[in-house]
Design a protein around this ligand. Structure first.
Ligand code: NAD
Length: 481
């Protein structure tokens, strides 16, 4: 029998052994096993949903001070352990240690934010059009929510769904991505000792197709908040809508970064490298297409090529590493496939394009940049989700804006310019949910709404006080004398 540590599901206030276990591997060092993590079966996911249902009546009407205190306690422990949890995150997902500590801090701050938000829930009190009657508009908890999360933000995305769900009185069943159960388990352990009643929060790890699907189709689950790929998200929406469950989706992107002739070249290069290659390009808000106007195009290509020579790819935990490994063999194969597609479509390889050898065996890929690419190429249109980007030359701002919007997605969009006129016009006319001026397309605050348009998102916004739209339902009460 293996002496690797085993991590169980958390159901109804108990740690419950999995029907099976899967091995969590470090993508920077394939011989490094992080642990064996439980895989729930259908009976376990149903038990978690039942535990959440049973806890809901008391939790949804519980005092807001107790909720606030418990959320605050979770936030404090996450922040106090940010280095340790950041190390775990870097080890299982492959972000560099500073990036991982940043993500953990974000998760802690989100819990602190919602510890305050649950004290600020408000409604409306209005006179009725009928004399002697008053109207109250209040918000109540949605019910049992199923939270399904992707691998690329192993602690921040669970946090930004769990914290508002609990703050507004919902009970939770969390299903994290199979590749990164470690951070979800650590978060569950912190939640398990923060003072929430049994059943209010449940963790089931394992297959999306089996247990994720069971959550989506359970009549006892009132809403699903999903972050992940477009194909899975669309099917979840169909299934939820068919049984009138509430659904919220955050999915893919093909985020444009526009560089205008009047941009500060050095700043444009730095923010473009950040957008496309940091976190190994594995951010839904990463940019993978640079739309560059003719007057600055050649200087930008040259400066990017020069800057990319100094990017250090390596072990996520090693000091000095700029970019860690790709998360998995399957993702590496997808990235390599798109590098082949770019070359066969006739784009010019400016930098990268191949694997990087390091001291340890891992999924190391050189950040890759194409130039001379066209808007209709697949590398310009499809989400790659790795450190692979391309440059398209355009005549002027109008052509850049049109190309930036010419995509089925609409998550994040950036512009680098010193012109107030173009910055304002872009903010107003970009068809993305989030617009960045002289900033990378990735990198957002935790206290304001997050989300996209078109194929990137569906349903109400996540994060900030806008999160209450999904996690509460509105009631209108009429009171006569
Ligand atoms: P994925 O769709 O493969 O998996 C996401 C989650 O869904 C996982 O927990 C998975 O187990 C589960 N799942 C899979 N099949 C399911 C099914 N049939 N029913 C229910 N659940 C199922 O996505 P991924 O590969 O983990 O993540 C990468 C994707 O996530 C990218 O497309 C990226 O753009 C997107 N993403 C979007 C945002 C955003 O906020 N817009 C943030 C991060 C990642």
């Amino acid at each position: 029998m293996s002496d690797t540590k085993r991590f169980d599901n958390y159901i109804g206030g108990q740690w419950v052994a999995g029907a099976d276990y899967s091995t969590n591997i470090n993508p920077s060092e394939l011989s490094d096993v992080i642990g064996e993590y439980a895989k729930a079966d259908l009976a376990q996911v149903n038990a978690a949903i039942d535990a959440a249902r049973a806890a809901f009546p008391a939790w949804s009407t519980s005092g807001i001070q107790a909720r606030s205190d418990a959320l605050d306690k979770v936030g404090s422990e996450i922040l106090a352990r940010r280095e340790e949890l950041g190390t775990l995150l870097a080890r299982e997902e492959g972000k560099t240690l500073p990036e991982a500590i940043g993500e953990v801090s974000r998760a802690g701050n989100i819990f602190k934010f919602f510890a305050g938000e649950c004290l600020r829930l408000s409604g409306d009190y209005l006179p009725s059009v009928r004399p002697g009657v008053n109207v109250e508009v209040t918000r109540e908890a949605l019910g049992v929510v199923g939270l399904i999360t992707p691998w690329n933000f192993p602690i921040a995305i669970p946090a930004w769904k769990i914290a508002p769900a609990l703050a507004y009185g919902n009970c939770v069943v969390l299903k994290p991505a199979e590749l990164v159960p470690g951070c979800a388990w650590a978060l569950a352990q912190i939640i398990s000792r923060a003072g929430f009643p049994a059943g209010v929060f449940n963790l089931v790890m394992g297959s999306g197709r089996v247990i994720g699907d069971a959550m989506v189709n359970s009549p006892k689950v009132d809403g699903i908040s999903f972050t992940g790929s477009v194909g899975v998200g669309r099917q979840i929406a169909v299934n939820c809508v068919s049984r009138q469950a509430k659904v919220q989706l955050e999915m893919g992107g093909k985020n444009p970064q526009v560089i205008l002739d009047d941009a500060d070249l050095k700043q444009a290069v730095e923010l473009s490298v950040q957008s496309a290659f940091y976190s190994t390009g594995q951010r839904c808000t990463a940019s993978s297409r640079f739309i560059v106007t003719a007057g600055i195009h050649d200087k930008f290509v040259e400066a990017m090529a020069e800057r990319m020579r100094s990017i250090k790819v390596g072990h996520a935990l090693k000091s000095g590493t700029d970019i860690g490994p790709v998360v998995s063999q399957a993702q590496l194969e997808q990235d390599m496939k798109y590098i082949d597609i770019g070359q066969s479509e006739g784009a010019r390889l400016v930098s990268g394009g191949g694997l990087v050898t390091c001291d340890t065996e891992g999924y190391f890929l050189a950040p890759t940049l194409f130039a001379d690419s066209a808007a209709e190429m697949r590398i310009s249109r499809e989400e790659i989700f790795g450190p692979v980007a391309n440059i398209v030359r355009v005549a002027d701002y109008e052509a850049a804006l049109a190309m930036a919007n010419d995509t089925e997605f609409g998550l994040s969009a950036g512009i680098a310019t010193t012109s107030l006129k173009y910055a304002n016009h872009f903010k107003r006319h970009s068809q993305a949910g989030m617009v960045m001026v002289n900033l990378p397309t990735a990198g957002v605050d935790y206290h304001v709404p997050f989300g996209g348009r078109k194929g990137s998102s569906y349903g109400s916004r996540e994060q900030g006080r806008y999160a209450q739209e999904f996690y509460t339902v509105v009631k209108t009460s009429y009171v006569g004398s």
